[in-house]
Ligand binder design. Structure first.
Ligand SMILES: CC[C@@H](C(=O)O)C(=O)SCCNC(=O)CCNC(=O)[C@H](O)C(C)(C)COP(=O)(O)OP(=O)(O)OC[C@H]1O[C@@H](n2cnc3c(N)ncnc32)[C@H](O)[C@@H]1OP(=O)(O)O
Ligand SMILES: [Co+2]
Length: 134
């Protein structure tokens, strides 16, 4: 069911400082910030030869990454995103297997304009998983 690793997301307190670190110190290609109100985050993508890094900063009063940053004040790896061919087939298979799909259970449109879903970290070895249909 799983395809390629689409991105690894890192939650940060200061997106400008994190972008400077990746662009300047690490010499990576870094996108401009995009505010995604529906997701409660502002995002920057770092393009690597084999995958992407998604830098996330909280946006608005009800960001899903706010509590994570309270628990991890220096920031940290927040989720991994795997590609799937058919997100509804994947979701139905996972629900049948007993995994919890977060939110309404219906895909939202993610940062790349494609449908995404999130799976509860307690069901996957303490790792929040995002699925993206490609
Ligand atoms: C840019 C758009 C999009 C894209 O296209 O790429 C994105 O990636 S948006 C990214 C942000 N969106 C989301 O993360 C949506 C899904 N997330 C959530 O719904 C919540 O973050 C969450 C996973 C339900 C956690 O919410 P929180 O308020 O922190 O809940 P709890 O405090 O109740 O936590 C429960 C339990 O889970 C542990 N936890 C929480 N977050 C993570 C994490 N990222 N990785 C691993 N574990 C996590 C938390 O520590 C709690 O554990 P216990 O204390 O042991 O109970
Ligand atoms: Co993501």
């Amino acid at each position: 069911m799983l395809g390629r690793l689409n991105h690894v997301a890192i939650a940060v307190r200061d997106l400008g400082a994190a972008s400077d670190l990746y662009r300047g110190t690490l010499g990576a290609q870094v996108s401009e910030p995009a505010a995604l109100e529906e997701h409660g985050v502002t995002v920057v993508f770092v393009t690597l030869p084999n995958t992407k890094i998604e830098l996330l900063e909280p946006l608005g009063g009800d960001s899903p990454i706010a509590r994570f940053l309270e628990r991890n004040p220096d920031g940290g790896i927040h989720h991994v995103c795997y590609e799937v061919d058919d997100i509804l087939v994947a979701r139905d298979h996972l629900v049948k297997s007993g995994a919890r799909v977060l939110g309404s259970g219906e895909p939202k449109i993610g940062a790349h304009g494609k449908p995404v879903l999130f799976l509860h970290p307690k069901d996957f070895n303490g790792t929040l998983i995002e699925l993206e249909q490609v």
